[in-house]
Design a protein around this ligand. Structure first.
Ligand SMILES: Cc1cc2nc3c(=O)[nH]c(=O)nc-3n(C[C@H](O)[C@H](O)[C@H](O)COP(=O)(O)OP(=O)(O)OC[C@H]3O[C@@H](n4cnc5c(N)ncnc54)[C@H](O)[C@@H]3O)c2cc1C
Length: 450
């Protein structure tokens, strides 16, 4: 990709963010709609497509779904799998549940696609960060961290998963090797002694990545996970892709949503392949049912089943789950019910304070609380350029991906895509759902450039 010198002419289409969502949108615009690559500008850190999920280089960090689910083009469901057959050597990837490859290998596949898709090398790529943006007569003015600015006619926000932040105040001066705020790259594992006592704050898939990697290193120290509900994500099974469940059109309350969901799901055993197949079939068209709910109903559902949903939906790669279970069985891994309220250093140890007054001593504390807030979106909300979603931290987005202004009127030249749309549009977080969303947004945008 050529570096873009910032000229005064407006850029026809700019995508802010260079993660997986942005990559999928560019792929669909080029491959399916044959857009002129020089009309598309991407702003964000390289390598293009890697983002929060696939830029980790740690060899033990794996995809949390089997290879067939990681598809970018709906009509090429086995493309990653076929590529992997000749390009990945990883005997540990294979389980009865399918192949769960390393995330760094999926990143290599994205690089391979970027060479295969015609026009990728001619996209304008700006390795920078958009610090702020404002409306302009011709479109949007983007102010970059580098001090440059540019104008975009059409703008897409694909800022994804903002890096995690501590859920409590942390005393200044603590070594970043002891208190790990952003664990996604896996680099922190290089500084763990085999006998260290490790406390994870939060028990989702990031903690599971850490536990699997520690197990692979032969870790001997005690491990504790502090979590509000002491349950680990279930293990992926070899669930089957079933016909999507059709949600009724007239669901308008949280109770109707829940009733339909539980009745259709039937069993409560989330370790059963049949349960996981049904759950996934329910998820396919869930977003339209979610979008038919008002804010009150959405908030009720998030309160009632948000935590459970995160676990049911973000199931663990079998390798990770088995490693955690083995550690629990031998008394090395402990799930602690609670929330962390503070952290301090005491001699050579760290002391983790819990909201109920309890304390845990540790050598390393790893923050696995998930994505925090996006500074750019926060600026736009504060400047009342966009309307907030139900979390009050994200952008409110219409079903056709248009971002809403502070009066909840859609902008014609501002769209959003990817993980950042989940609160407004439903369960848009995994690679497969994001790729489908990118396909739809590409079909909306492409006619504007003909
Ligand atoms: C650690 C982790 C592991 C995951 N593993 C899987 C998995 O195995 N399988 C799966 O299906 N899903 C996985 N996911 C889910 C993941 O959300 C999606 O698969 C997908 O990667 C999200 O893509 P995105 O582009 O929306 O967000 P991101 O990948 O977060 O990309 C957003 C990009 O925007 C950039 N950006 C943000 N703000 C600005 C700005 N102001 N200016 C310029 N650039 C900006 C960021 O630097 C980043 O590069 C994982 C998520 C995480 C966080």
């Amino acid at each position: 990709m050529s570096a873009q010198s910032l000229d005064s002419a407006a850029h026809p289409l700019v995508i802010i963010g260079s993660g997986f969502a942005s990559f999928c949108l560019a792929a669909h615009l080029l491959e399916t709609h044959a857009l002129k690559p020089t009309d598309i500008t991407i702003i964000g850190p390289p390598p293009f497509g890697y983002g929060a999920a696939y830029s980790c280089t740690h060899g033990d960090y794996r995809l949390n779904v089997r290879a067939q689910i990681m598809r970018i083009f709906a009509d090429q469901p086995d493309d990653f799998l076929s590529w992997a057959a000749t390009e990945i050597e990883d005997s540990e990837a294979h389980n009865p549940q399918g192949a769960f490859y390393r995330r760094s290998d999926f990143a290599r596949y994205l690089s391979h696609l970027s060479k295969r898709i015609k026009g990728f090398d001619k996209l304008n790529f700006i390795n920078s960060h958009v610090a702020s943006l404002g409306r302009q007569e011709k479109g949007w003015q983007l102010n970059l961290a580098s001090g440059d600015s540019l104008i975009a006619h059409q703008l897409v926000l694909a800022t994804g998963n903002p890096v995690p932040r501590w859920p409590c105040d942390i005393p200044a001066g603590l070594s970043a090797e002891k208190v790990v705020e952003i664990p996604w790259s896996g680099k922190w594992l290089e500084c763990v002694d085999i006998r260290d006592k490790v406390v994870f704050v939060g028990g989702g898939l990031t903690a599971m990545d850490g536990i699997y990697s520690l197990a692979k290193k032969g870790h001997m120290g005690r491990i504790e996970i502090v979590m509000p509900f002491p349950v680990l994500p279930p293990k992926q099974t070899d669930w089957k892709i079933e016909t999507p469940v059709r949600w009724p059109d007239d669901i308008s309350s949280a109770s109707q949503f829940l009733k339909f969901f539980s009745n259709t799901l039937g069993s409560r055993n989330w370790t059963d392949p049949a349960w996981q197949s049904r759950f996934e079939a329910l998820r396919i068209d869930l977003n339209s049912a979610w979008q038919g709910l008002d804010d009150t109903a959405k908030k009720q559902l998030l309160r009632h089943m948000g935590h459970w949903w995160q676990l049911a939906r973000f199931r663990s790669a079998p390798q990770n789950f088995d490693a955690a279970q083995a550690m629990i069985n031998k008394g090395q891994l402990h799930l602690i019910k609670g929330r962390v309220s503070g952290l301090k250093e005491q001699g050579s140890k760290l002391i983790v304070r819990l909201q109920d007054g309890g304390e845990l001593a540790a050598d390393k504390v790893v923050n696995c609380t998930g994505p925090a807030g996006c500074p750019l979106i926060a600026n736009l909300l504060e400047a009342e350029i966009i309307a907030p979603d139900i979390s009050q931290r994200g952008a409110r987005i219409a079903p056709d991906y248009k971002v809403l202004d502070s009066l909840k009127k859609p902008y014609d030249n501002l769209h959003a895509l990817g993980a950042m749309t989940a609160n407004s549009l439903g369960d848009v977080i995994g690679a497969g759902t994001i790729a489908k969303q990118a396909e739809k947004l590409a079909a909306i945008l492409a006619p504007l450039f003909r």
